[in-house]
Design a protein around this ligand. Sequence first.
Ligand code: ASP
Length: 331
Amino acid sequence: MTHPSSTGSRRIVVLGTGGTIAGSSPEAGANLGYTAGTVSVEDLLGGITTPKGFALHAEQVAQLDSKDMDTATWQALHERCEHWLAHEDVAGLVITHGTDTAEETAFFLHSVLSSIKPVVLACAMRPSTALMPDGPQNLRDALAIVATPAAAGVTVVCAGEIHGAVEVRKDHPYRLDAFGSGDAGPIGYVEEGGVRLLRHWPPTEASNQTGEAVTLPAVNRWPRVEIVLSHAGASGALIDTLVRERQSGTSEPVAGIVLGATGNASLHHAIEQAAHRARAAGIEIRVAARCNEGRLLPTPEAAFPIMAALSPVKARIALMLALCRDTHHAR
Ligand code: ASP
């Protein structure tokens, strides 16, 4: 629905998916113990100033706590993003989203969207019913980013910081500035409605590579990719269980495993040996860094391909999409 107070020739579409930004609590002013994803995106826009020269259009795509994000919601979000970004008068999108998996949704969209128009995830650490909710300011900042000439790619805005989809991660379970971009740092700041850019806007991967929308398989056919962390006292038991399950002819066999490495692609020997067994059984193995900063550097002795700068959760998405493309091309 188009926001009643909106006037303007270009549109910003705001897609609602739930999260704490849309959360509410029966206890007035509570910051904890609320239910995420209860307030409509239309209501969240009430009282938010529309950037000059733009009209807002709100659409509820989902209404969930982002800890429960699933492939069906990603599929729907992808479809709605492509739909709206194809409209010439749409300058870009804002997606209201929970903080828990915002980095995963941002990276997913970064990897699949064909347009370079700005797509900004806005979130909050406090529910809408808090004494001082942070959602309205974050939402306002997200709109300001989309309204900024030359803004591009998928970003997350929180507490005035703009993070790129590849680097962003939730660093803190409670603080209002809960996100960081590791040693890359934020790509900029929103200051009283103005964007101060520190480095380039991140172009989407698909727009870089092909300029075409990625065709995703039906939701129940997305390849299953699991994450196993290497740690002190690790065994290969989880990996062996996944291999056995695959060999038993289960309907959703694991297709890939991302190993979370302790150092520069270093793995507990039990994990490494089990990963070799898994690879021999036809499972794709990738290694991602458990460390929060830096990137994995290639070494001659590396047993498995490394996912340079991606965290394990993003490496999981990258492998899943790579396997989707392989399956698609094999048809
Ligand atoms: N569990 C909530 C969510 O991710 C947390 C938040 O939004 O801050 O939806």
